[in-house]
Design a protein. Structure first.
Length: 249
């Protein structure tokens, strides 16, 4: 996407999905996120430019995002991710989210400074984040080498502003999130998933070893989990039943 390091070509500006626009930005641009009907690109001045635009539950439409409270952060490397109808940004250990708050994945109501320019407050309770991961209606951030904090669809049943923090006994290598579960690939080659089961009032922990493979990344859906090895082998489980183990790709 984009023809050189200083520009991107993104669909959806002003809500026209058939219209493509060339966007100029500084080479310090670090990240792009794409939701169902909107895309966002991080700019060098702690701002995020969105195309779509991004709609909120209050009826607003965001095209430009100001990350409130980020002025003192010297690092310009903004990390973005997106779910079905929302986007999140990670900068300097803090997380900002905006968009449609269907399941508590946004939590902070944006303050519109102008028609489509919104100032977004950082999320309370998420500090020291080093990695950011978005699923359809839930998001997670690694808040230490062995700790994952999640909010959205599988924490929202407690309270709209709630989040859940999961501790692990080995360092986190990779994370994947869906609407109903968050899975962490650990340095000890174990995949640990926290899943909200139907009608449950808390998440249930599942532990997998996918064929003893040396995994480098993990991928999840609502009921399945796959791991990709450094040798290019893929192993998958669905409800703890083997789907493929392993398959070279």
């Amino acid at each position: 996407m984009g023809s050189n390091a200083d520009e991107a070509i993104i669909p959806g500006r002003n809500g026209h999905l058939t219209m493509w626009e060339r966007v100029q930005f500084s080479p310090q641009r670090r990240s792009v996120s794409m939701a169902c009907s909107s895309s966002c690109v991080a700019l060098a001045d702690h701002r995020v430019c969105c195309f779509g635009p991004v709609h909120t539950a209050e009826g607003g439409a965001i095209s430009d995002v100001v990350l409130d409270g980020s002025s003192g952060v010297e690092d310009d490397r903004v990390q973005l991710c997106a779910g079905s109808e929302y986007h999140c940004a990670l900068l300097g250990g803090r997380v900002w989210c905006w968009g449609y708050n269907r399941s508590g994945q946004v939590r902070e109501t944006p303050l519109f400074e102008r028609a489509t320019v919104a100032r977004v407050r950082p999320m309370a309770g998420v500090v020291g984040a080093s990695g950011l991961y978005c699923g359809s209606f839930a998001a997670c951030a690694t808040t230490s080498a062995r700790q994952l904090t999640c909010w959205g669809s599988f924490a929202h049943f407690l309270a709209p502003e709630s989040s859940q923090t999961f501790q692990f006994d080995s360092d986190i290598v990779d994370v994947a999130v869906s609407s109903s579960q968050a899975c962490a690939l650990l340095a000890n080659r174990t995949v640990i998933c926290h899943r909200r089961l139907p009608e449950a009032r808390a998440t249930t922990r599942f532990s997998y070893r996918l064929g003893g493979l040396e995994l480098v990344s993990v991928y999840v859906g609502d009921k399945w989990v796959c791991g990709l090895s450094s040798a290019g082998s893929l192993a998958c489980l669905r409800d703890a039943v083997v789907l493929c183990m392993p398959t070279d790709i």
